[in-house]
Design a protein around this ligand. Structure first.
Ligand code: GDP
Length: 424
């Protein structure tokens, strides 16, 4: 049995979905273990192009069991709609190949509303939330003010449990934000429309993982976002509200005693960032627009233009360290093919001093990039499948990054399709 986590090293959107879709052929189980409907993992395969939010990116493999673990923010409305969409494209989803942990906490209808209300209140100081209710959900999870998925089976008891929470939440909605309260009728409609159809998929995972382990099957854990958005190790306060790092995978999956054998960190060949907060190697103006267009850098969930910049050695080395990555997948190398010289951020200047260490979050506001330029290759590389067939400058770019971040680059992705990959 071999367990592997696929995680983001930077701000997210590194191309984890395409890597899970590719590598999941070697795994029997693919588990989402944290985050929620704010994810947007893009997968392109024989069924079409998908932006997956809550479903694991292994759902396209017939023999793979997909699992939504207890660490995920289970949003019944988003998940129901996603299941319906994926089914309409010919993917079969049954209680045999999709399992939702009965211990997953449920994202309740007021969480999204509270997310929007708070971002509106913050106005120009907003965090850049995707407004999927993630921060209010995780706050309430740790205040024990949500319900578990397994409670949805008993409608009466579930309603008794959450009605008290609803009254408490309505105090905030009405008296802090002056908005309309959630009603029992709203909850009833939500339950019937979105929760009831999910019931067949909700199950205890205790025996499931025992059986997986006993039969020597392989598990892949799929993370959302990246190291720099992790609640403990990210750029506070511009983080998400869950743990995006590999070490949390067994816990959020529901198999806390499992050990990880491999941790594949996904890194983009340049940097992108969605939302607010420090982004030291950021570009602006025409150069930024060119890179954004070349990389089609628009949010999979929100359609927002992503902020773009040079590959950031300092942030990436830090990301590799907190993830404990054992190998790297470098994606979107093909996007850089239009450049004569490729800028790379190698160090930061913080308060007048040079550093190659990722600074404490509050110091990042004053960090400036130190840039070096590597040769470009100006050649289409999307058809290349062997490392030695890449132009010399492209090979050098990969080897330079490998040396700087101190981790073996095992995969080099040269296009969004499943087979656009070089394995070293
Ligand atoms: P994730 O959230 O980490 O799964 O990443 P996203 O799906 O948000 O962003 C990755 C985007 O890049 C998607 O549109 C992918 O189809 C695309 N993509 C992934 N790898 C490559 C690559 O090597 N080359 C190109 N051109 N696009 C890629």
């Amino acid at each position: 049995m071999s367990n592997c986590a696929i995680v983001g090293i930077n701000w997210g959107d590194e191309g984890k979905g395409r890597m899970v879709d590719l590598i999941s052929s070697d795994y029997d189980v693919v588990v989402r273990y944290q985050g929620g409907g704010n994810a947007g993992h893009t997968v392109i395969n024989e069924y079409g192009k998908f932006a997956l939010h809550l479903l694991p990116s292994g759902i396209f493999r017939k023999d793979v069991v997909s699992v939504i673990g207890n660490g995920v923010a289970l949003d019944p409305e988003s998940l129901y709609k996603e299941i319906e969409y994926v089914r309409s494209k010919g993917i079969e989803l049954t209680p045999q190949n999709l399992k939702i942990s009965s211990r997953a906490s449920v994202l309740l209808p007021w969480h999204k509303e509270l997310d929007c209300l708070e971002e509106q209140r913050l106005a120009d100081k907003k965090y850049g939330s995707t407004k999927q209710g993630i921060a209010p959900f995780y706050s309430d999870k740790y205040q024990k003010k949500t319900a578990l998925a397994g409670e949805l089976f008993d409608k009466k008891a579930f309603f008794e449990h959450i009605e008290g929470i609803m009254e408490w939440k309505n105090l905030t909605i009405e008296r802090v934000y002056g908005a309309a309260p959630t009603t029992r009728e709203d909850i009833d409609n939500w339950y019937e429309s979105y929760c009831v159809p999910l019931l067949p998929f909700i199950t205890s995972l205790d025996d499931f993982y025992d059986e997986v382990k006993a039969s020597g099957k392989n598990i892949m854990f799929e993370a959302q976002l990246g190291s720099l958005r992790d609640i403990d190790f990210g750029i506070h306060p511009y983080t998400t509200s869950s743990s995006t790092i590999a070490a949390y995978a067994p816990i959020g999956a529901g198999a806390p005693a499992l050990k990880l054998d491999d941790i594949i960190g996904v890194v983009k060949a340049y940097s992108t960032c969605v939302g607010e907060g420090p982004f030291t190697s950021e570009w602006f103006g025409e150069e930024a627009d060119k890179l954004r267009e070349a990389g089609d850098e628009y949010g999979a969930k929100t359609g927002r233009p992503r902020r773009v910049g040079s590959f950031d050695v300092v942030a990436t080395r830090y990301g590799v360290r907190v993830q404990g990555a054992t190998a790297i997948a470098l994606t979107k190398l093909d996007v850089l093919s239009y450049m004569d010289k490729i800028p790379v951020c190698t160090k930061y200047k913080v308060n007048g001093s040079l550093t190659d260490q990722f600074p404490f979050p509050s110091l990042l506001n004053s960090a400036e990039p130190v840039t070096e330029y590597l040769d470009g290759w100006r050649e289409d590389i999307t058809g290349v499948r062997r490392f030695e067939d890449l132009p010399k400058a492209a090979q050098d770019y990969v080897l330079y990054i490998e040396k700087q971040i101190g981790c073996h680059i095992k995969y080099v992705s040269v296009g969004p399709e499943r087979d656009s990959i070089i394995i070293r």
